[in-house]
Design a protein around this ligand. Structure first.
Ligand SMILES: [Zn+2]
Length: 377
């Protein structure tokens, strides 16, 4: 594996499969001086998934023991490096069931990781996303734990009712973007110290000034945007023009210069237009509520409401249809209005956000079977 430092733009073109380079890889000087979060992992663009051509499901290479995943330990804080490590472990441990790639590179040089669990060629396709809002980083941990649990059920050849997990993986592509906004999550978790680039650190300080705030721990802790100060869930073409929000780059509610102007939101738009999902779920915190309505009518209304009722039954969360009281231009709004996809926003946990780690066991119990419910298992 090369120890070369990857130029972000060149790397974005080259990356298709991801390999984690742990201790032993060189890190660049600016990163090596940071306290913890970015020092240990570097990506390289080569593929190790030697069995990637194997057909999913039947004949799958399945490990005899559970994968050793960080997310299964319910860490107090789940970092981008933890995510990278777990995605790598899943793709290597289940080469027949998991493929991973990058949807793009962020301003601070992180990958927008994307996994396909199951059969990439299946006509049935769903999308699960987490972490589009920085301070809602617990949703990344939740989605990864859902992935780990689903794969463990398949490994042990479990069934739910009359349906085996392995058979579902043969006829379904579960697309997962666990961290849409990895820079933002790292800002909320580690503040300026978590940033790799001095230019990004300088920009964050300038955004704090625009917000009239001190660039301190509390300010960055409640960050929602990406590293450019754009709220990624106000970046979709669903009443985007009507939404006012904040007029300058900010920690929260700045919609950017156009729908999809940011690499992270553009990645979700491109993925959705390419894959034509049957259903999507966007995880957020907090509120323990399900948003499902964006003025859709007819069959789309009926399908989305039925989906929402099923997820409500699985999670115990009530439905909220009062969309006019919410900010528009979110992913779910666009997926419903422009793409006609039954789509939900699930808000997990209760105040405050970031949701304290003590809530995670309850959130897990409420959301453990959301994938199965979405797949009508
Ligand atoms: Zn949110």
């Amino acid at each position: 594996m090369s120890n070369a430092h990857f130029h972000a733009a060149a790397y974005a073109l080259a990356a298709s499969m991801l390999v984690l380079c742990l201790a032993g890889c060189s890190n660049d000087a600016s990163r090596a001086s940071l306290p913890s979060p970015s020092a240990s992992a570097t990506l390289s663009a080569s593929s190790t998934n030697e069995q990637a051509g194997e057909s999913p499901g039947s004949g799958a290479v399945v490990p005899s023991a559970s994968l050793d995943l960080i997310v299964q330990g319910d860490p107090v804080l789940y970092s981008y490096e933890d995510l990278l490590s777990d995605v790598e472990a899943m793709a290597e441990g289940y080469p027949s069931w998991v493929s991973s790639d990058s949807l793009g590179v962020t301003a601070d040089g992180r990958e927008i990781l994307h996994m396909v669990i199951g059969n990439p060629d299946a006509t049935r396709r769903i999308l699960i996303t987490g972490g589009i809002h920085a301070r809602e980083y617990m949703t990344t941990q939740l989605v990864m734990k859902q992935a780990a649990a689903f794969l463990e059920h398949a490994r042990t050849d479990a069934a739910r009712g009359a349906t085996s997990y392995r058979s579902v993986l043969e006829n379904t592509a579960i697309h997962v973007v666990p961290a849409v906004n990895p820079d933002g999550e790292t800002i909320s978790q580690y503040g300026l110290d978590g940033m790799r680039s001095q230019a990004v650190r300088d920009k964050l300080v300038s955004i704090a000034a625009l917000d009239g705030a001190a660039p301190d721990y509390e300010y960055f802790r409640s960050w929602k945007a990406n590293a450019n100060g754009v709220d990624l869930n106000r970046q979709f073409d669903a009443l985007w023009a009507e939404f006012q929000g904040t007029s300058h780059p900010s920690s929260d509610r700045y919609k950017g210069t156009a729908p999809g102007s940011e690499v992270e939101s553009r990645a979700l738009i491109d993925l959705t237009e390419r894959e034509r999902f049957d259903r999507t779920i966007s995880y957020h915190t907090h509120g323990s509520v399900i948003y499902w309505y964006f003025a859709q009518t007819g069959e789309l209304y009926d399908d989305t409401l039925a989906f929402a009722h099923d997820i409500s039954a699985a999670t115990g969360y009530p439905l909220d249809a009062n969309y006019e009281a919410l900010d528009p231009a979110g992913y779910k709004d666009w997926a419903i209005q422009s793409k006609g996809i039954p789509s939900l926003t699930i808000e997990v946990g209760v105040a405050p956000t970031p949701v304290p780690p003590e809530q995670f066991p309850t959130i897990w119990a409420q959301n453990e079977h959301v994938w199965e419910t979405t797949l009508e298992m």
